[in-house]
Design a protein around this ligand. Structure first.
Ligand code: PEP
Length: 252
C-alpha cells in the first residue's frame, strides 16, 4: 500500500546553523510523539544534506535535495549530481518544482534526464507537476498536468515508475496563501491516478503516493489529507518552523 508522506521544502532558506537548529528541534518534537502516521521528509538546500542525514539517524525522517544535475559528472560548474546527493545518505530529490521550471528554465526533457539519473543512483524523485493560474482559469489543468507526467515520466518502465512520488502543486497556490479546495485537490489527484492506471495499470497506480502542495498549513492539512487520493503534502513556508510543520505531520 502507498505511503503517507509529509515533505518539507525549505527552498533557499536557512544558514548552516539555522538548518541544524531546525533539524534538532524537529527531532525533539517527533520523539515526543507516540506514533507518527506518515513518513517525514526534509527537502533542504545542498549544504545541509550531510548534517541533516547525520543528525537525524531516524529512518522515519528522510532527507531530500531540491534539485540534481541532468548530467552524470564533469565540467558543469555549480551543478550537483544525483550520485553526489546519494553519497550524502539523502534518499530523495525534489524534481520539477515550478520555481525551477519558471526561474531556471527546466523543461520536461531536462527533467526526464534528471529522473533517470536520480533513479539510477537510488534516489526517490518527488516529482512536481501543476498548472499556472491562466491554465486553471481556462480549464486546461488536466491537459497540462497529463502532458507534464507523460513527457517526463512515461518512458520509464513500470518498475521504475513505481519508485516515484508525485506532488501536485497548482502554481497559483504556491506561496500565495491560496490553497486548492479539498475538492479541487481530490479531483486532480484522482485524475492523475487514472492517468497512471491507463499507462501502467491499477496495481502501479494504487502504489504511488501523490502529495498535494500549495499553501498547505495547520488549518487545511487535515481536510486535504482526508481525501482518498491525497497521500500527504509538499510543504514550503510552513516547513520552516517546527510549530507550523508539526501540526501538518499530526494531521495524519
Ligand atoms: C512548495 O514550495 O512546494 C510549496 C508548496 O510552498 P508553500 O507551501 O509555501 O505554498
Amino acid at each position: 500500500m502507498r505511503k503517507n508522506i509529509v515533505a518539507g521544502n525549505w527552498k533557499m532558506n536557512k544558514t548552516l546553523q539555522e538548518g541544524l537548529a531546525l533539524v534538532d528541534a524537529l527531532k525533539v518534537a517527533l520523539a515526543d510523539r507516540d506514533k507518527v502516521n506518515c513518513d517525514v521528509v526534509l527537502g533542504t538546500p545542498f549544504i545541509h544534506l550531510v548534517n541533516a542525514v547525520a543528525s537525524i539517524g531516524d529512518k522515519k525522517i528522510g532527507v531530500a535535495a531540491q534539485n540534481c544535475a541532468d548530467k552524470v559528472s564533469g565540467a558543469y560548474t555549480g551543478e550537483v549530481s544525483a550520485a553526489m546527493i546519494a553519497s550524502t545518505g539523502a534518499k530523495y530529490v525534489i524534481l520539477g518544482h515550478s520555481e525551477r521550471r519558471t526561474y531556471y528554465g527546466e523543461t520536461d526533457a531536462t527533467l526526464k534526464e534528471k529522473v533517470v539519473l536520480a533513479l539510477a543512483n537510488g534516489l526517490t524523485p518527488i516529482f512536481c507537476i501543476g498548472e499556472v493560474l491562466e491554465e486553471r482559469e481556462s480549464n486546461k489543468q488536466e491537459v497540462v498536468v497529463k502532458s507534464q507526467i507523460e513527457n517526463a515520466l512515461f518512458a520509464l518502465s513500470a518498475e521504475d515508475f513505481s519508485k516515484i512520488v508525485l506532488a501536485y502543486e497548482p502554481v497559483w497556490a504556491i506561496g500565495t496563501g491560496k490553497t486548492a479546495t479539498s475538492a479541487q485537490a481530490q479531483e486532480m489527484h484522482a485524475f492523475i491516478r487514472k492517468t497512471i492506471v491507463d499507462k501502467y495499470g491499477k496495481e502501479v497506480a494504487d502504489g504511488i503516493s501523490i502529495l498535494y502542495g500549495g499553501s498547505c498549513n495547520a488549518s487545511n492539512a487535515k481536510e486535504l489529507f482526508a481525501n482518498p487520493d491525497v497521500d500527504g503534502g509538499l510543504i514550503g513556508g510552513a516547513s520552516l518552523e517546527v510549530d507550523k510543520f508539526m501540526p501538518i505531520i499530526d494531521a495524519f
